[in-house]
Design a binder for this molecule. Sequence first.
Ligand code: 4AD
Length: 495
Amino acid sequence: MFQSTLFAHTKRWSGGFLRCGGGELPRVRRYGTLNLDAPLRDKTIKGILLSNQVGNQVKVNGWVRTVRKQKQIAFAEVSDGSSLKGIQAILPSEQAKGLISGTCVQLKGVLVESPGKEQEKELQVEEIQIIGSCDESYPLQKKRHTFEFLRELPHLRTRTKTMNSVLRLRNSAILGFQNFFQSQDCLQVHTPIITSHDCEGGGEVFKVSGNRSHPDRVHKPTSPAPSEFFDHPAYLTVSGQLHLEIMACAMSRVYTINPAFRAEESLTSRHLSEFWMLEAEIAFLDGLDELLDFTEACIRQTTKYIADHSSDDLDFFNQWVNKGVRARVDHVLSKDFVRMTYTEAVEILQKSKVPFQFEPKWGHGLQSEHEKWLAGEYCNGPVFVTDYPKELKPFYMRVNPDGKTVSCVDLLVPGVGELIGGSMREERYDQLHQQLTDCNLSPEEYQWYLDLRKYGTVPHGGFGVGFERYIQYITGMESIRDLIPHPRYVGHCRL
Ligand code: 4AD
């Protein structure tokens, strides 16, 4: 049986795809022709503009952003997403007939020094090929569109300058985070998307259900048919932390970049139902201060990476979206983050005499208005708030010697509020058992988590950065919904 199957495959391969018995390799390129450094034939606009090709023939692929026609010549701005400005193409008006915003083109011509102030180089077009014509109903015109309008066009808004910049900054930020974690000997790991627990204990989980009537499903005739696909409730992860803890208790320093899902009904400018989180978990930490140092270094190094690699995009947001973006970035790069306890924060809020909608009181959570005021008005920059009352925080946080507070931290930043949540984890078996009971969670269900404390426990801690909130902070954008290509929030899941 096995042999005949193998034979059947061998015969099929020999028919078209792979060599069998000395035949030719029809779909394989000639040996030695692959350029490992540049396997794609054409250069991006960024590549062309950066390379020293003035006076040379070049080929540009992209989408027309705008066309300005004069009597003799026309100017077209063509973008392929690789750089903020795209390239200015000069062509005879004759050839620009029918060329409208949105058209996909290939232009051949000579790269020349530009006499204009806006750009250093431009393309003198000699040949134009329309790869994809664009219908006149194309909704993205030269005028500025509102972000609300663009959200209704999730398949086209990635062609706007703002969304292009957001995507490039997201890319840069991920590389910045990766560089930082790798420089600290942290190992990138992958945590599951489907889990059996609600890590934060907030009950804001999306339940996962499957097709129960699948014919391959084997039921024991004696047992009742399972009501769940996994035979127990399963959810989309709200955080990879607990799985990271498992790995940190073996690999010492781990991190992950994962989507997280929260069924929060809050329709605010900083909440999404699906967002990305960068989470780190570090073993052998001396205490909360060391975790704070590590967290601060992470944000400052990542921001430095962005400032070094995506300066144009930061300038774009500084000019068009929020004039404070550059100052924010400079602040992160040059000033230490403020540190205060929750108790100090509440006292500062109470003394401020600001007419907050919610009165700040010890034992109550900090509201968004409190967080924004503390970071924005009071500190004028990022501030770590530590040691919250234990009733306000999840079961896994390490209880402080006062018995009332936990060894935890929220990083608050201007304009956004909470950017990071983290803590030292309760590594003492008995205390953790007590915390589970106090939080009405079953120690039996969390026996595996308790086991990590039973079999070679270690002081450890970690944090989670809300990725879109970080991008919101460094771009100064108003709504988190415009910082992810396909935002999901209550009542909204397009495409
Ligand atoms: O403070 P949170 O809930 O912390 C945790 O999930 C921890 N388990 C992380 C850890 O220690 N490994 O979430 C972390 C961050 C928040 O500070 C916030 O920036 C972001 O995730 N966040 C959201 N971002 C967008 N939309 C939402 N609904 C968010 N909820 C949290």
